[in-house]
Design a protein around this ligand. Structure first.
Ligand SMILES: C[S@@+](CC[C@H](N)C(=O)[O-])C[C@H]1O[C@@H](n2cnc3c(N)ncnc32)[C@H](O)[C@@H]1O
Length: 515
């Protein structure tokens, strides 16, 4: 690489901004308008060199701006794999299909798409303009677009001895959608930005079909992709869309309009995508005329694949490895959930910093013990006194609604990444108490539950349940919604669990009995 373009920020163009946690579309425009792209750059069309140039541009931008605009770039190997998955689903790189990346950044997808098409067209004696007709790129960041243009020029010069007028648009794609100015294409491919965004009333009304609660940029970009292409969509996305509650309308929309054709989990988040902490996947969506189980891959390699049948609002359970796929099928057939056991789940109601004045270290007639998250150890009955917190009591005068009056199972809402188990549950048989907000509370509808809380906690702590949970969520968080969605064995099959020598094997048999 000879020279990387170093863009800069025009500080007069934008007022000093702090971290924007939920920008509106106008703020996205304002942030992007402060970017002054570098005018030159000679990095050719080699994918690695272009990626490095894009990275140099990215790191030159302030962190606040990068995160608000969701700027991180797809490494060449990941982009190539997604293009292969699209090809397997029917995308043709022969000049007969038009590809659009609605958030094209530094051309991580447009360049390899162009290379595939150019290799074919050059042999057939076509021109750079024929290639240009197959490509549309949109981005709000002029710096990324400059890099894309330079790379495409270099490729066209190399293959056709000339450059072309590329269809690269400096626009806010979401605004184009609302204003009904989106282009059309056969295939949409890309890595849309993610992060929460605030929508004005009319914008929300426009995107309502994909929204439930907070809007996330990548959910909106999926909606946009379905509007641009009547055919295939290939996107890099966080796996949170598969199970998160905020994405239930999006899943419904996808299953109706463009069912999942393939899904590839990206195994190592920190090394594959620089600066991205979420678990990511490569998703290919196809037209509804073809409805079949999706092909699932556990990583970027060409290793073994398995299938997943997902539909409707979900959450969508998708096994992370072939071994779990068999367990998942058996669990899905058993069809029981916590609600069938007549248990309900909610998050612990005590947000301690809202009640600082009512916390105390000593009990009194007005107080109830507080169960803090660190008092929960898998398989052990809860003893609230085992917490290291100094305030173990809460004055509940006038706040009886916070008090848990019945036996329950308490489940941690988050675990450390390196911890072996995601689901950490403990029976709580000595009410009353107030449960802190870092715990989920699983309570029986009846005073004498169908399944004793000790047996339910033992079940939740077993390895097969943990494996199932990991098929539901790639994060360290364990939400009440996910717990409620976990498939469980038939309640009768749990008789004898507490006495079993090998509880993991017992629970596995209980799931498989449903087969
Ligand atoms: C995750 S990056 C991906 C870029 C490129 N497709 C890649 O894979 O390397 C997301 C891109 O979305 C762009 N972006 C963010 N908000 C946008 C908007 N509202 N309209 C158009 N582009 C947007 C950012 O500038 C950034 O280039």
């Amino acid at each position: 690489m000879e020279e990387c373009p170093r863009s800069r920020i025009d500080s007069r163009a934008v007022k000093p901004y702090q971290r924007v946690t939920r920008p509106g579309l106008g703020e996205l425009d304002e942030l992007a308008s402060s970017i002054v792209p570098a005018k030159t750059g000679h990095f050719g069309n080699d994918a690695e060199a272009v990626w490095e140039a894009a990275e140099a541009h990215r790191v030159a931008l302030p962190e606040t701006l990068r995160s608000a605009l969701g700027i991180f770039y797809t490494p060449p190997a990941v982009a190539e794999r997604l293009l292969d998955d699209l090809a397997a689903a029917g995308a043709r790189f022969d000049g007969t299909m038009r590809f659009c990346d609605p958030a094209c950044g530094g051309g991580a997808f447009l360049l390899p798409v162009a290379r595939r098409i150019a290799d074919r067209l050059a042999v057939e004696g076509a021109s750079a303009s024929d290639l240009a007709r197959c490509l549309i790129g949109i981005d709000i960041d002029p710096g990324g677009l400059t890099i894309t243009r330079i790379a495409l020029d270099a490729l066209a010069r190399d293959r056709f001895g000339e450059t072309a007028q590329w269809d690269l648009r400096r626009e806010n794609t979401l605004r184009l959608a609302v204003e009904k100015r989106l282009p059309t294409a056969d295939v949409v491919v890309g890595n849309p930005p993610f992060g929460r965004v605030r929508l004005a009333e009319e914008e929300r009304a426009f995107f309502v079909r994909c929204l439930k609660g907070h809007a996330n940029l990548y959910g909106l970009f999926v909606d946009v992709a379905l509007r641009i292409s009547g055919g295939l969509v290939g996107y890099v996305m966080p796996t949170s869309w598969l199970c998160g509650e905020y994405f239930s309308s999006l899943r419904e929309l996808v299953s109706q309009e463009r069912p999942l054709r393939s899904l590839r989990f990206v195994e190592s988040r920190t090394t594959v995508f620089v600066g991205v902490l979420q678990e990511m996947c490569l998703a290919v969506l196809g037209p509804p005329s073809v409805r079949r189980a999706a092909t699932v891959y556990g990583g970027l390699g060409r290793g073994r694949c398995w299938t997943a049948s997902v539909d409707g609002t979900g959450p969508w359970f998708i096994a992370r490895n072939p071994g779990d796929a068999e367990l998942l099928q058996a669990a899905a057939r058993s069809g029981y959930r916590l609600a069938d056991y007549e248990f309900a789940v909610h998050t612990g109601p005590l947000v301690w910093n809202r009640h600082r004045g009512q916390l105390s270290s000593e009990p009194s007639v007005e107080t109830a013990p507080i169960v803090w998250s660190d008092a929960i150890r898998a398989g052990e009955s809860v003893d609230y006194k085992s917490s290291r917190r100094s305030h173990l009591h809460l004055s509940v005068d006038g706040m009886r609604h916070l008090v848990l009056e019945h036996a329950a199972v308490l489940v941690k809402r988050t675990t450390a990444k390196e911890q072996a188990r995601r689901v950490v549950a403990a029976p709580f048989a000595s009410p009353p108490a107030v449960v802190e907000n870092h715990l989920n509370v699983v309570t029986a509808r009846d005073v004498v539950p169908k399944v004793p809380v000790e047996a339910l906690a033992a079940l939740l702590n077993c390895e097969p349940v943990d494996r199932l949970f990991r098929s539901l969520s790639g994060t360290v968080a364990v939400s009440a919604t996910e717990l409620a969605a976990l498939p469980l064995p038939a309640p009768d099959a749990l008789i004898g669990l507490l006495e079993a020598d090998d509880r993991d094997a017992f629970v596995l048999r209980a799931y498989l009995r449903a087969d």
